[in-house]
Design a protein. Structure first.
Length: 99
């Protein structure tokens, strides 16, 4: 039985790119919501509305945890493998010897 990481590393690069794009867009959404929470909490904290500030802190904390959890699904970088040459190719590349 294979796990997620080995299946992901064997996937086609287009599928990996699609997965990475989706994860990045979700992370941008989470951060945008956290910034919105920050502005709401600051505006309400100035009006002495402590309850709203606590609720937005908890919501922001949940989004931060979800973001960290989502980071584990980012694909690992694709490593280029060196080209393997056949022995017959090496013989062709050798300069002819002058006797």
């Amino acid at each position: 039985m294979s796990d997620f990481r080995t299946s992901q590393s064997k996937a086609h690069p287009n599928k990996t790119n699609t997965l990475m794009t989706g994860i990045i867009l979700m992370l941008i959404l989470f951060i945008s919501i956290q910034i919105w929470f920050l502005f709401g909490a600051l505006n309400n904290a100035l009006e002495d509305n402590f309850f709203f500030a606590v609720i937005t802190f908890i919501g922001s904390l949940l989004f931060a945890l979800a973001s960290f959890w989502l980071l584990r699904y980012l694909p690992q970088p694709i490593k280029d493998e060196p080209l393997k040459r056949k022995p017959s190719d090496r013989e062709k590349d050798k300069a002819p010897s002058i006797d």
